[in-house]
Every structure is written in C-alpha cells, then in structure tokens.
Design a protein around this ligand. Structure first.
Ligand code: ADP
Length: 236
C-alpha cells in the first residue's frame, strides 16, 4: 500500500492531536482513581467492594490504552526485543480465544518454515495483531446466516527476509470504496468505532520497517498481511 503525502500529513496531525488528548484524559483518570481508593472502605462496608474493583480495573485498562496509544503515536523508535514468531502468535491466540469462543468464531493458527525470529516492540505488535483480529471478529458478527461458521486463519510463513503474518477472515468483506479508505485516521463504519485501529497499526508496522497489505471481497472475506523483517541471527 502506497502511503500518499496527504496520508502522511494526516498521520502526523493524528499523532499530535492524540498525544494532546491522551495527556488531558490521564489527569482526570488519576483523580478518579484516587477518589475511588478513598471511597473503597465505605464500599466494602456496604458489601460493594466488587464495584470498586471493577472501577479500578477499568480505569487501569483505559490508562493502558492511552499509554499504548501515546507510544504508537510518538515517532520514537520501538522498544525492541527478539521473539519467535510462533510464541508471539500463540500468545495472541490465547488473548483472543475466549472472546472468539463467546462469538462462536474459530481461530486456526499455522506457523510454517520452522522457527522465525523478529526483533520487535512486542506490546506494539501485539496491539496491531489484536486490532486486526478484533476487526475480523466484528466482520464475522456482521454475517447473519444460521449455517455459517466464522473462521479466522492466522498464518505465518517466510518470504525472502520477511515473515508474512496473514490474518484471514470469512466475515462480511469490503468493497473497493471502503478498502481505499481503510487506513485513514478516524474512518469507521461502526457505531462505536474510533477508526483509529488501522491507522495506528499502519504507523506501528512502518516504524518496524515492515508493511501491511490487505485484500477483501464483499460477502467473501478479508485478508490482512503484515510483513516484518526477520532477524537472520537466531541467537537470543
Ligand atoms: P474501527 O474498528 O474502530 O472502525 P479500524 O481503523 O480498525 O477502526 O477499521 C476501520 C474500518 O475498516 C472498520 O470500521 C471496518 O469498516 C473496516 N474493516 C477493518 N477490518 C475489517 C475486516 N476484517 N472486515 C471487514 N471490514 C473491516
């Protein structure tokens, strides 16, 4: 996918806006967290400690998201470590399996060409894979056919000096018009979507000197391919 100058400008602007918003959201979250902790003894007395626990967990989750988002929108270099592709993908499957199960969706993992190693910011690349798998599940949910089983194939194979990680779904798919706007910041077709998942993912992969491509057919499904350079030296 060619990145146009226009898209570059928009991404740079997205980075600035998101960093500013993230900072502004963090402060009230910190205040809320503090006050909930002060209220906690009272909630325990009322037998409502569960509420406090949920509020704290959810605030922490929001903080994590903001943190990741700030990381990915900053132009700084990723915090790299060497990891095997199969262990990375296994972890990602583990993280998504319960949600998939609830949605009646199957995830199949296949890693070819033996052990391949990549030098990546594991948190960032996991975020990309989770974004794309989440999108695949959303696309699968859009299909309303009683006979249908939603399936996501997660495959990895070696192509030259790159590992190609493909995420293929048999969800609702996209037409050409939608496909061309996919990576635009804030482009979404979902009621509760942000339209940021793929533009941030694109940025992360480019920061890793990799590439994302996508192919889709309306009513058939979609395949995303992430190419990441492998490390030739297998010594960790
Ligand atoms: P969001 O998920 O918040 O809408 P994204 O940037 O992740 O933001 O995705 C943008 C849009 O791309 C989605 O709203 C959806 O229309 C489309 N899309 C992404 N992945 C898929 C997929 N696997 N199948 C069908 N449509 C998809």
């Amino acid at each position: 996918i060619e990145q146009t100058a226009y898209q570059n400008d928009k991404l740079a602007m997205l980075g600035k806006i998101s960093a500013a918003i993230a900072h502004e959201i963090r402060n009230p979250l910190t205040a809320i967290r503090g006050f909930i902790q002060l209220l906690r003894p009272h909630l325990i007395q009322l037998g409502r400690d569960e509420y406090a626990r949920i509020i704290l967990t959810e605030i922490d989750r929001a903080n994590d998201i903001i943190h990741e988002f700030l990381n990915s929108s900053k132009p700084s270099a990723p915090q790299k470590s060497v990891i095997s592709v199969s262990s990375l993908l296994k972890e990602v499957v583990l993280l998504t399996e319960s949600e998939a199960l609830m949605k009646g969706c199957e995830i199949h993992l296949q890693v070819m060409d033996g052990e391949m190693y990549v030098s990546i910011d594991v948190k960032q690349i996991k975020q990309v894979l989770l974004n794309i798998i989440k999108n695949a599940m959303d696309a699968i949910e859009e299909v309303s056919d009683a006979e249908y089983t939603g399936t996501i194939h997660l495959d990895a194979k070696l192509v030259d000096k790159y590992v190609h990680i493909s995420i293929q779904d048999n969800g609702n798919g996209m037409d050409k018009g939608l496909l061309s706007r996919l990576f635009d910041p804030f482009f979404t077709t979902k009621e509760k979507g942000t339209g940021l998942g793929l533009s941030v993912s694109y940025r992360i992969i480019r920061n890793h000197k990799g590439n994302i491509s996508v192919d889709s057919m309306k009513g058939i499904g979609t395949v995303f391919v992430i190419a990441l350079p492998i490390v030739s030296n297998k010594v960790i």
